[in-house]
Ligand binder design. Structure first.
Ligand code: ME8
Length: 510
């Protein structure tokens, strides 16, 4: 055996993706939600030492872009160059730690889409035909009769659909019916949660029809290599981003290191990810994704929040006022990840005040203040309180298991239970009374050590949700960011710093 690489890659890699967002709309909280979810997972896995690659980006081809550009009197390229940075900025605003931002107009993407589509063609999975049916330009989707809303409308966008007839290339999706059924049987966790898996499987069992692989007349897209009068249907172009990015995001091709991916998206695009995508990868002879997680919609009132329905809560405004951590926390605390759920300004403010400012922020401030006042800013070297230690035991492992199953809301609840437990501990032990009696000095050492250590342990868990605050607090506790750890795994002796409130009270804000 020759010498191995100097820095061998860890055996486990964790490649996680968001959908790539359409650039013809403004970024809104719904997009931020998926990006934050993936960021939480990516940060947590990095914290555990995994080799993570987190991808997000923009979907820039297709008819809606051409139509929007025409309306605004600019070229499609000008439109996408103007709008893509807004999505990049949204990611930065929510503090996303993505390793790459893909744009489907990148030459590196276009080249690789052509290679893979050519392979599918060479493997005999395409044919020329005439498509006749209903087309929703906003979904960029050809609807089957069973998918139509009343009066031949799009059930998602609630607009009347046009009947299209065009000659294009087809992908033999129907030929993959049995392979897909087998995939779903052999890998029951391929799509999570289970009820989404059942939906996808029911769609497959209903019988699959072939789908368009290309569109004529449209100049804005990736030219079909063997028929340049056509462009690749925007959904195949878009789905392929998950593979193409790994080919050119780094100086070297990192596909072998990271593929297959774990994809996160909302239920609106389940069909494309759970059916078209694995079939297309099979047709190209490529390894299938590890898993898909399909989350629900954030609702304002009772409808899905979206640009076209005009009831958008601006994540940028919330972040300017309260910081990105507060938004990240709220989204996963308020709505059970996987389900639909309503968000509101009132709900946000109430959780900010009671949970972030009081439960957590206040606990941190009090703990730092007491160590500073009673022990001159040095964490006593003591043993943890046995009652509290018993309540903390096993929590970090349970938290990690929940995140392994993508239970973002339950994992957060597990951590929040510890925050509440620490607050009760303060009320039960009353360190301010212990400080008045000299004979209680060693009990006070124990209590203060336990509080600092409990705060450190819970902050390590909360880090992926509240990265800015967690890093500030860990620094103030003289602690490092490290993998989730059990209570008592660090001794005392460090100096702590007092800090400004992590989450200033609402009335204290201007
Ligand atoms: O569908 N609640 O792009 P898109 C939760 N370009 N998530 C929401 C949401 C809401 N109210 N609104 C949007 C596309 N999302 C394609 C994807 S991928 C190869 C191509 C999130 O801009 C959610 O992740 O319409 C949803 O699936 C995605 O944005 C749709 O983004």
């Amino acid at each position: 055996m020759g010498p191995g690489p100097q820095y061998p890659h860890p055996l486990v890699s964790y490649y996680v993706t968001t959908p790539i967002y359409y650039v013809n709309a403004e970024p809104h909280l719904g997009h931020a939600y998926s990006t934050i979810a993936v960021d939480i997972l990516a940060r947590h896995m990095r914290q555990r030492g995994e080799d993570v690659f987190f991808l997000t980006g923009t979907d820039e081809h297709g008819e809606p872009v051409v139509l929007a550009a025409e309306r605004e009197g600019v070229t499609p390229q000008e439109l996408v160059d103007r709008n893509a940075p807004r999505f990049r900025e949204m990611g930065e605003k929510v503090n996303a730690s993505n390793d790459f931002f893909i744009r489907t107009t990148d030459p590196g993407h276009i080249e690789r889409v052509q290679e893979i589509v050519q392979r599918v063609h060479d493997n005999g999975h395409t044919y020329e035909g005439t498509y006749e049916g209903w087309y929703c330009p906003r979904c960029a989707d050809f609807k089957t009769d069973s998918e139509l809303g009343p009066g031949n409308t799009c059930p998602i966008h609630e607009i009347p659909l046009e009947r299209e007839r065009e000659d294009n290339w087809f992908f033999r999706l129907s030929a993959f019916q049995e392979d897909l059924e087998r995939l779903y049987e052999e890998r029951p966790d391929f799509v999570q949660p289970g009820f989404r898996r059942n939906e996808a499987l029911a769609f497959i069992r209903q019988g699959l029809q072939d789908v368009s692989l290309s569109r004529p007349r449209l100049r804005w897209g990736v030219p079909v290599p063997w028929d340049p009068d056509q462009v690749v249907y925007v959904w195949f172009d878009a789905l392929l981003n998950y593979v193409t990015a790994l080919g050119y995001a780094r100086d070297e091709d990192v596909t072998d290191r990271y593929w297959p991916a774990f994809h996160v998206m909302a239920k609106d695009i389940l069909k494309f990810h759970a059916i078209y995508w694995p079939a297309f990868l099979m047709a190209a002879g490529m390894e299938l994704p590890k898993r898909l997680f399909v989350h629900g919609y954030l609702l304002m009132g009772d409808r899905k929040m979206s640009k076209s329905l005009g009831n958008v809560l601006d994540p940028f405004e919330v972040i300017d006022r309260f910081g990105s951590d507060a938004l990240r926390f709220y989204c996963f605390r308020e709505v059970s990840f996987g389900q639909d759920g309503a968000v509101s300004a009132a709900g946000f403010e109430s959780r900010y005040e009671t949970e972030l400012a009081n439960d957590y922020g206040n606990l941190a401030s009090r703990t730092l203040a007491m160590v500073s006042r009673y022990r001159d800013g040095t964490v006593p070297d003591a043993r943890p309180d046995s009652g509290l230690a018993a309540d903390f035991e096993g929590a970090p492992a349970r938290f990690c298991e929940l995140l392994d199953r993508n239970e973002l809301t339950q994992a957060l609840e597990e951590a929040w239970g510890l925050v509440r437990r620490l607050n009760r501990f303060v009320e039960e032990t009353r360190p301010w009374d212990l400080a008045k009696e000299d004979e209680q000095a060693s009990r006070l050492d124990e209590v203060l050590y336990t509080l600092v250590e409990g705060l450190r342990v819970v902050t390590l868990l909360l880090y992926p949700y509240l990265p800015v605050s967690a890093e500030r607090l860990l620094a103030a506790l003289g602690a490092d960011l490290e993998p989730p750890a059990e209570l008592g795994s660090r001794g005392g002796g460090q100096s702590v710093d007092r800090i400004e409130p992590l989450f200033p009270k609402l009335e204290a804000q201007t």
